[in-house]
Design a protein around this ligand. Structure first.
Ligand SMILES: [Zn+2]
Ligand SMILES: [Zn+2]
Length: 255
């Protein structure tokens, strides 16, 4: 077993070879794919993919980049999607103060609304955070995000903050950044965090791991992430793939 807990299979960059790309993931041993719908059009496309492929689930939410494009009513209306068993989490949602594609105030409002939504529909949160760690934690606590928990996707923060997230009930999803020359605190994080709180992801088509760095990423490459976790912890690669996949299955309810 092997999971890609966060990928964007709907991305236009796959329009010419989506079927082959998904086939390559299966050939590489990927058994569980979670594709992210995080803007109005992306939500439609992600849902369609989860409907067609038995090994693919989807999330529904609004990315902080798109926070300024949606109304409060639109966000609240996302609740209807969660009646569908293959829609497994609210997100990706959160704060991105690095790109600032939406005004920060609107990012905070739309994120808070999605934490409330997750509590209402009783689904985990899939969180994106960049350069806004303290602000994100403040909103999570104010809106009682710990009631549903979830995952910190593409986690590249500090181990100190990662520990706080774990304590609050959020697992850490590890991206291909772990394989980079400058992986930040990720090697420490994947060694120190409990193995049953770590997930593997690609965030395809972004962030291709070594040896594919700089190219279009795809879910088949998630094996490199699992193997890097195994190497950092001195574990068997097969066991690490299976254990991290079990974590994704349990945390996101992939069934
Ligand atoms: Zn993200
Ligand atoms: Zn993403």
């Amino acid at each position: 077993m092997l999971a890609d807990a966060h990928c964007h299979l709907d991305d236009r960059r796959y329009d010419d070879d989506r079927r082959e790309m998904i086939a390559r993931a299966r050939a590489a041993g990927v058994t569980h794919l979670v594709t992210v719908g995080c803007d109005p059009e992306g939500i439609r496309r992600a849902r369609a993919l989860a409907d067609v492929h038995a090994d693919t689930w989807c999330t529904v939410g609004i990315h902080p980049h798109h926070a300024a494009e949606v109304t409060d009513d639109f966000v609240d209306g996302l609740a209807a999607h969660f009646a569908h068993p293959r829609v497994v989490a609210v997100g990706e949602c959160g704060l991105d103060y690095y790109y600032d594609h939406s005004p920060r105030e609107r990012q905070r409002e739309v994120f808070a609304r999605q934490v409330a939504l997750a509590r209402r529909v009783k689904k985990p949160l899939m969180i994106h955070v960049r350069d806004a760690y303290d602000e994100l934690m403040d909103i999570l606590l104010a809106e009682k995000g710990q009631e549903v928990g979830g995952i910190m996707h593409c986690f590249t923060g500090t181990w100190a903050w990662g520990k706080k997230a774990l304590d609050l009930g959020f697992d850490l999803s590890i991206p291909g950044v772990l394989t980079f020359q400058k992986p930040g605190e990720l090697p420490t994080i994947v060694r120190e965090a409990p193995l049953d709180r770590l997930l593997t992801e690609t965030d395809s088509p972004y962030l291709a791991p070594v040896p594919h760095r700089g190219k279009r990423n795809e879910p088949a490459f998630v094996a490199h992430v699992a193997d890097a976790i195994a190497a950092a912890r001195g574990l068997d690669p097969e066991e690490t793939r299976a254990r991290t996949a079990q974590n994704a299955i349990r945390r996101l309810g992939l069934r």
